[in-house]
Design a protein around this ligand. Structure first.
Ligand code: DGL
Length: 242
């Protein structure tokens, strides 16, 4: 069963705009917490699709079907903007979502560009799920920046499960993180891009393993800013809350 949460207000008249987020689990909360700081007066729906979590190694058709079902639920609750707070679902479904629904979407893809532009070592490490690496978006973006930096990739195997179980700082979690990122560090990466919304919850342990000098690129805030901008536009175009 997916679980749906809506924030509550003492006074409903204070609500300005309605926005929906979804992910396979709690990963997308890393984006919601930034969004809530920017637009505390917006009504937020969040769906965690726990029955199908993790999405990472699942067939494309299943992830796409789930993305459509969850979007339908959010739109039926009056969401004026839908944030696909999941890199994997974005990679596998954003094109078909945009074709099927008449609502503005914010998708997520690994932030290759800022990392490649600022890398001094010329090597950028990307952490994401298999699904994200297989998507068209990642292939296109990494090809576009291939002349700026060498892009090395690693699947964060076991990361989603650690985060979902609430174990973000044990020695076992540290070992899981080390196993995934050590090859990126050995390759000389000076930037580590968090290409899955679950991974920001492991930032402390990633920092511990990678050391103080590595730049950890977390896209939560830029994505939240884009979501706030689109909600403002929807409010300006359509008035208040549906
Ligand atoms: N948090 C999601 C992402 O950003 C999904 C991870 C998963 O379920 O494997 O890719």
């Amino acid at each position: 069963m997916e679980r749906e949460v809506r924030n509550k207000y003492a006074d409903e008249s204070q609500v300005r705009g309605t926005i929906g987020f979804f992910d396979s689990g709690i990963g997308g909360v890393s984006v919601v917490r930034e969004f809530r700081r920017l637009r505390p007066e917006a009504a937020v729906y969040y769906i965690a699709d726990w029955e199908h979590c993790p999405y990472g190694g699942k067939p494309e058709s299943l992830v796409r079907e789930r993305a459509h079902d969850l979007t339908r639920m959010l739109v039926s609750r009056g969401c004026q903007v839908v944030v696909v707070a999941c890199n994997t679902a974005t990679a596998l479904a954003i094109d078909s979502l945009r074709t099927a629904f008449d609502v503005p979407f914010v998708g997520m893809e690994p932030a290759v560009k800022p990392a490649a532009m600022h890398s001094k070592s010329g090597v950028v490490g990307i952490l994401a799920t298999e699904g994200t690496f297989h998507g068209r978006l990642f292939k296109e973006t990494s090809a576009r920046f291939a002349d700026r930096a060498r892009i090395v990739t690693a699947v964060g195997r076991g990361f989603v499960e650690r985060v979902e179980s609430g174990d973000v700082d044990s020695t076992q979690t540290e070992a899981v993180v080390r196993e995934a990122i050590q090859p990126l560090l050995d390759a000389g990466a000076d930037h580590l891009v968090l290409g899955c919304t679950h991974y920001p919850f492991l930032k402390t342990v990633i920092r511990k393993v990678a050391g103080p000098d590595i730049v950890i690129v977390d896209p939560s805030l830029p994505v939240a800013l884009r979501a706030a901008e689109l909600l403002d536009q929807a409010l300006a175009a359509g008035g208040g809350r549906p």
